[in-house]
Design a binder for this molecule. Structure first.
Ligand code: APR
Length: 188
């Protein structure tokens, strides 16, 4: 899978940026990538499957030391064969209609990811997928608003925060929320 478009958009308040990259998060050479995991940390499809395939079986061996992870939580592992040194496995909520604390749990999954990144001590760049917006069925516009809000709250703690978008709808939503123009660039 090729990363085929890059959207780098400055925030209105300063020089730091939340970047939007359209492509496969497993290809990104950042310090940490975030996985959209399940509470059993058992692997699966979507971005979770892609990350396990790219990292290799040692990733599952490390995860098997954990007795799962509650929804809204996150655990950090090494990246093994990934370009990223770490994977932060965040557990977003399954969408049940919005009345089961889904917004708070989604925000917590992003917050927990940033907490694990800070604890690692050497994470300067971190990339996120759109957690819960695939198999877990969270409506993409609502999920994007939460993700961008939490990313902005942590913008000053990292040199680079990347929103790695896989599908056109999320790409468009994040681009709109971050105030940029949607332009397809050359391959990177
Ligand atoms: N890189 C970046 N984003 C990706 C990739 C990838 N390689 N593959 C899929 N995505 C995007 C999807 O398009 C979606 O927008 O990640 C987002 C999250 O979708 P899912 O991976 O389905 O994650 P989620 O909705 O949080 O569901 C988690 O799915 O795979 C299982 O084990 C996982 O049970 C867990 C559940």
């Amino acid at each position: 899978m090729t990363v085929f478009a890059l959207h780098a958009i400055g925030n209105p308040t300063g020089t730091r940026m939340i970047e939007i990259i359209r492509g496969d998060i497993t290809k990104l050479a950042v310090d940490a990538i975030v996985n959209a995991a399940n509470s059993a940390l058992a692997g699966g499809g979507g971005v979770d499957g892609a990350i396990h395939r790219a990292a290799g079986p040692d990733l599952m061996r490390e995860l098997s030391r954990y007795d799962g992870c509650p929804t809204g939580g996150a655990v950090l592992t090494k990246g093994y064969h990934l370009p990223a040194r770490y994977v932060i496995h965040a557990v977003g909520p399954v969408w049940h209609g919005g009345s089961r604390g889904e917004p708070e749990l989604l925000a917590k999954a992003y917050e927990s990811s940033f907490a694990r990144a800070r604890e690692a001590g050497d994470v300067r760049s971190i990339a996120f997928p759109a957690i819960s917006t695939g198999v877990y069925g969270y409506p993409k516009p609502a999920a994007a608003a939460i993700a961008v809000r939490v990313m902005r709250a942590h913008e000053d703690e990292f040199a680079r925060i990347v929103a790695c978008m896989f599908d056109a709808e999320n790409l468009s939503l994040y681009t709109h929320l971050l105030g940029g123009n949607k332009t397809e660039n050359d391959q990177i």
